[in-house]
Structures are given as C-alpha cells and as structure tokens.
Design a protein around this ligand. Structure first.
Ligand SMILES: [Fe+2]
Ligand SMILES: [Fe+2]
Ligand SMILES: [Fe+2]
Ligand SMILES: [Fe+2]
Length: 402
C-alpha cells in the first residue's frame, strides 16, 4: 500500500486547535501497557519537541512577518501535540523508570535505524552510538535496583536485554571527535534524511531530560550518574546532528521536518497495539499532512523547487519497535572497542582521546559514576544487575561470572 503524504489531504489548520477537554488525555497503564507503546510515546515526544525548537530557531532567523505568523500558528499546534503525546505517560512512574524507558527507546530505535539505513557511513554512525545507549541502560538499571529496589525487566520486559555495552567511562571523547561527515542532500536517499532527523530528535530529548531531572535526586550516586550520562547525550546530539547536510535551506529543513512527522505518525499508527493511542497517532498524522502542505507551499515559493525533488514519493516501510537482541549481540562482539578519531573510527587509543579521558576522570577512570554505580550495587546486592535473556555476554571478558 503506497502512501504519498504530499498527495493526501489533512485537517485544515484552523480546525486543529483543541480545548482543555480534548487535551486532557488518559495516560497509559504503567503496569499493563506494552513497553513498546511507551517507547513510541517517548520517541514521538522527542519528534514534537524538535518540531517546536526547530520552528523557534527558524522564526528567530526569519525577517518576513507573514512567514513568522504562519510558523507561529503551526508551532502552537505542535505544542499542543507535544502536550497530548507526552501526557500519555503515567504520573505514577518514577523519573528513573522513565529514564530506563528512554534508554530502551535509544537502543531499539537506533538499532532499527541502523539495520534499515542504506548508506554504509550513516549505518556505522548508528551502530557506533547504539552500543553506548545500550550501556547506559545497564548503568541506570543498576541504579534502579539500588535505590528503588526494583528490577529493570519490569520496564523493558523481555524485549530488550540489559547487559554491558561499550563501557560508559570510555564514551567521553574530545568534542572534535564527535563530529561526523554530513550526508550530501543532493545524493542521499530520502530515508537517510528521515533517519538522521529522528535519531537526532530522540537524543536531543534525552539530553534535555537528563539535564533537567538529574538534580532532582537526593542520592549522590544518582546525581552523579545523571551528570555523566547527560554529558554523553550532549556528545550523541553532536554526533547525530552533524550527519545532516548543513547546506539545506530553512525551507528545505522545514519540509523535511514535517515530512518526517508524517512518516513517524504513520509508522506508529500502523504498528500500535493500544487502540486509544493508535487513535492519537492517526489524528496527529492528519494534522501533520496539513503542516506538510503548508511547508511544501513555502518551499515552492521561496526555494522555487518542487518538493518531490527533495522528499520520498511515498512513505518508506514503517519505523518499528521490535527486539534487536541478535543484532545487538553481533555489534557487541565486533564493535565494542571502537572509538572515534576525526570523522572516522578506530579500535586503538589515540592521543586526543587519552587526554580527554585523563582530564575528565581526574586520572582514575574507576571513579567515574558509571563505574561506581556498579561497584555500589554489587556491594549491596552481592552481584550486579543484568537481564540476559539470550545467553551469556558475547564478549568473554564481560561475562557476569568474570
Ligand atoms: Fe507535530
Ligand atoms: Fe543514553
Ligand atoms: Fe544517547
Ligand atoms: Fe508538524
């Protein structure tokens, strides 16, 4: 079934505003909801936050008052969509539970994108990043057991394994080495542009979330772990945003953003298991079709080009949350010791990396909060927390019995 969002008719903009009753959505049930429904909510919230922030940046660089008005009108609707989507999360879940769900999103969304990405250089960027968020999940899961006395498998279920990835203390690189080579907007496949926008938005939301919730904890180890991983999410935003061709015009960027929102809502509508949440994805898709139409008009008028030259003629296969255990195990076995140098990757230490490591760890990497959280939980529980559903760790030195 083909779906060309440029040909579909959505809800007219003047009928998209919702009142308080319509904005007051019922949250999902924290104990019985499909973990991947929660993942879709978190991912889509990141997409909407990016839509809002991008539109603000555009408006600040836009001298045309009529365009500014149009951006403000659409942006207000994006803000309502963000409220509806993020307010589907239940207030009952703790910040740390939501954090673990954020890392599950980073793992299974990035792994899916890595599997589907046709460009080998971009694929490598996702493969590299996913092993780091995979390790964050393991560190936070140990913090969770230690301070909330619960197990992360209650949150991630048997869908995602919890076990060491590339050790978090090794994620701290010289910022120069976090910049990638951008795709070429004239040559890149449309799906590659959508992937880059989606993962950039997800990482940006994770970065913002940790920046804000980290200091709400009383336990010193929790405060420290959020500081450390918050800084790595800054690296991840730098890594993924630099994949996007900076030569795209503002009109082209707007078009890509709205197209990606259509793609993501359509994907989630097709794959959602919760009928009430599915209805929201469908409603929002119908709003986004109109945002896309407006963006396409602006693009035609100001860039003088046909939108079909830039975006895909039909939506690619839906972005799907599903287990990626075998794929992740393969990456663990082959890429765990990678780091970056310039815009490439190496398996060896290099001077700039060693200097950064020395400086941030104050000469002793065992003092990193991400190492300390494991030590402290081992001392308390007699072992660290893992959730290995598919056998022992693929890297021998990282097995639990070692
Ligand atoms: Fe939106
Ligand atoms: Fe992460
Ligand atoms: Fe990340
Ligand atoms: Fe939109």
């Amino acid at each position: 079934m083909t779906f060309n969002p440029l040909r579909e008719r959505g809800i007219p903009l003047d009928r998209q505003l919702r009142n308080w009753r319509e904005l007051n959505v019922t949250p999902i049930d924290p104990d019985h909801a499909d973990p991947y429904t929660r993942c879709r909510i978190i991912a889509m919230n990141g997409i909407e936050v990016e839509a809002i922030l991008f539109s603000h940046q555009f408006a600040r660089h836009c001298p045309d008052p009529l365009v500014k008005q149009q951006l403000a009108q659409v942006r207000y609707i994006e803000a309502q969509q963000q409220k509806v989507v993020n307010w589907l999360l239940p207030g009952l879940a703790s910040v740390l539970e939501t954090t673990i769900a954020y890392e599950q999103v980073a793992v299974d969304l990035t792994a899916w994108v890595a599997r589907m990405e046709p460009d080998p250089y971009l694929k490598q960027a996702y493969q590299f990043g996913v092993l780091e968020d995979f390790d964050h999940l393991y560190r936070y899961a140990n913090l969770y057991e230690m301070i909330e006395h619960r197990k992360a498998e209650k949150i991630v279920d048997n869908l995602t394994e919890v076990t060491p990835g590339r050790p978090t203390y090794l994620h701290h690189r010289n910022p120069i080495d976090n910049l990638r080579e951008p795709y070429d907007k004239t040559a890149a496949a449309p799906i590659s542009k959508l992937h880059a926008l989606t993962i950039m938005a997800a990482e940006q939301q994770t970065m913002n979330f940790y920046m804000n919730v980290g200091p709400t904890y009383m336990e010193p180890i929790a405060r420290q772990l959020y500081q450390e991983i918050g800084l790595i999410e800054e690296e991840h935003v730098t890594h993924y945003e630099s994949l996007v061709d900076p030569g795209e015009t503002w009109w082209e960027m707007l078009l890509n953003h709205e197209y990606n929102e259509c793609y993501m809502y359509h994907s989630f509508m097709e794959t959602e298991s919760d009928p009430k949440v599915k209805a929201i994805w469908e409603l929002h898709l119908n709003m986004e079709l109109e945002h896309l139409r407006i963006a396409a008009e602006l693009f035609k008028r100001h860039d003088g080009r046909d939108p079909q030259e830039v975006v895909a003629p039909q939506l690619p296969a839906p972005v799907t949350f599903e287990p990626n255990k075998a794929y992740l195990r393969e990456l663990l076995a082959t890429q765990i010791d990678f780091t970056t140098i310039g815009t490439g990757y190496v398996q060896d230490m290099h001077e700039r990396f060693e200097q950064m490591q020395e400086a941030i760890h104050g000469g002793d990497a065992s003092q990193a909060p991400s190492e300390q959280v494991i030590v402290e939980n081992r001392n308390k529980a007699g072992r660290e927390y893992r959730h290995e559903t598919d056998g022992p760790h693929p890297v021998h030195s990282l097995r639990a019995d070692r």
